[in-house]
Design a protein. Structure first.
Length: 438
């Protein structure tokens, strides 16, 4: 569980990382070397139901890479609660892996440290070219006007997953398309003794993903065109309040979920306790938790009115995992070979099928495997109604500050304390004050 203290450390660490990199820190000015051509260290993000699941997915592929190249990859799967702080510490100390996974929302923040290898035209040419990747995935690889700090590995989008039997028992014929419909359906579900919808109220990144979408639907963006934070606009306040009100006012999110931060809402769903969950690429996790594919279905995440689309009908952030290389790697050529291997059509199909995600590689995305009930909705969302989080250097501090504000508001709701427009605005104002001065 990522505590407020750990989140605060993340924000401080990034500031230190920026300072350290300016002095040399984790990045050498000319890039890495090839002093250790036979080994690579790889930090993978926890994509499956648990670290052991990820090891079962990844190790056979790493063995395959070693057999083909003679390069042994030392794997460490890092839990999400620890990943950002581990990366930031590595950028400060210079003691990091050769290759690592990063949440795509962190791309610009980590790019600003100078610790990651820029993917210029020459580096992209080593892995088959930049045009192999879909535009939505490339849009979350770093700040505009700069060479990407990473390469897309897994693409994801949010969907509304629902339990078909619970819906049928409550007399609900189709999934809700709007938030008002979701609340109304939630009441019917609760009347049958089930929980309506799960959430991860103490997970800072999850909080950010959800309130970002609500903000887009309210015409707010959290950052202005000048890149400065704008957390207290009427739209941003309304967005955060509407999300927290699913627990505080509408009471369709259980109060126990205010403390959830380690995918407990997915476990509740898989065990038939909860009827709905908003999540990105959850099908593989459901299977790992023992839920049959026939027990659930997926639909587009709700909007305020009408159907998902552009503008105010955005219903997902562009989620995903990128693959980065530390500039001070001692196996620069091997790192490029490994990125090329992991983004090959063959591996993209294997890995994204295992995780229920969508390949960011165009040719791999066309495979029939990515037109299942779980992935078709995700592909359609990424193509037409998803938007990338702000690609600004302060994005990780934004996740920490606003994510913590939402966590505290959920705690208020769970404790029976009033969540008002004024209390939401006060939390967001405090969050904005924690951002670096411009």
């Amino acid at each position: 569980m990522r505590s407020i203290r750990a989140a605060a450390v993340g924000a401080v660490t990034l500031s230190l990382a920026l300072a350290a990199t300016a002095c040399g820190g984790g990045a050498s000015a000319g890039g890495g070397s090839n002093d250790s051509p036979k080994t690579l260290t790889y930090w993978a993000s926890n994509q499956g139901a648990g670290i052991s699941v990820d090891k079962k997915v990844l190790q056979p592929e790493l063995d395959k890479f070693e057999k083909r190249t003679g390069i042994k990859v030392k794997l460490e799967v890092v839990p999400w609660a620890d990943l950002l702080n581990r990366i930031l510490t590595a950028t400060t100390s210079g003691q990091g892996p050769d290759v690592l996974n990063i949440g795509n929302t962190w791309s610009a923040s980590l790019q600003a440290t100078g610790a990651l290898l820029p993917w210029d035209a020459a580096n992209f040419a080593k892995i088959g070219g930049k045009d192999r990747f879909v535009d939505s995935a490339l849009g979350s690889t770093g700040a505009q006007g700069k060479d990407p700090a990473a390469v897309p590995l897994y693409s994801m989008a949010y969907a509304l997953y629902y339990n078909k039997k619970i819906f049928a028992d409550a007399g609900i014929a189709q999934p809700p398309a709007t938030w008002a419909e979701l609340t109304a359906d939630g009441k019917k579900i609760q009347a049958k003794g089930k929980q309506a919808i799960g959430a991860e109220g103490s997970n800072l990144s999850e909080n950010i993903h959800q309130v970002f979408v609500f903000a887009e639907q309210h015409g707010a963006h959290f950052f202005g065109a000048d890149g400065k934070p704008d957390f207290t606009s009427d739209g941003a306040v309304a967005a955060v309040k509407q999300y927290v009100d699913l627990m505080a006012k509408d009471k369709v999110i259980p109060v126990s979920n205010a403390e959830y931060a380690q995918n407990q809402s997915l476990s509740d769903f898989a065990k038939g306790r909860t009827a709905m969950v908003l999540w990105q690429t959850a099908s593989a996790t459901f299977k790992a938790l023992g839920m049959k594919d026939s027990d659930w279905a997926a639909a587009p995440a709700p909007v305020q009115s009408g159907a998902p689309g552009t503008g105010a009908q955005i219903n997902s952030m562009v989620a995903g995992i990128n693959m980065a290389v530390f500039k001070n790697t001692h196996n620069l050529d091997g790192a490029a070979q490994f990125v090329k291997f992991m983004t090959s059509d063959e591996e993209q199909k294997i890995l994204n099928t295992a995780y229920g995600s969508i390949p960011p590689v165009k040719s791999a995305q066309k495979d029939p495997a990515f037109n299942s009930q779980g992935t078709a909705v995700l592909r359609q969302t990424l193509a037409g109604s998803a938007r990338a989080l702000p690609q600004v250097a302060d994005e990780s501090q934004f996740e920490t500050a606003v994510g913590t504000a939402v966590k505290e508001l959920f705690a208020d709701a769970a404790a029976g304390r009033a969540v008002t427009t004024d209390s939401v605005k006060a939390k967001l104002q405090k969050a904005q004050q924690q951002m670096p001065a411009k």
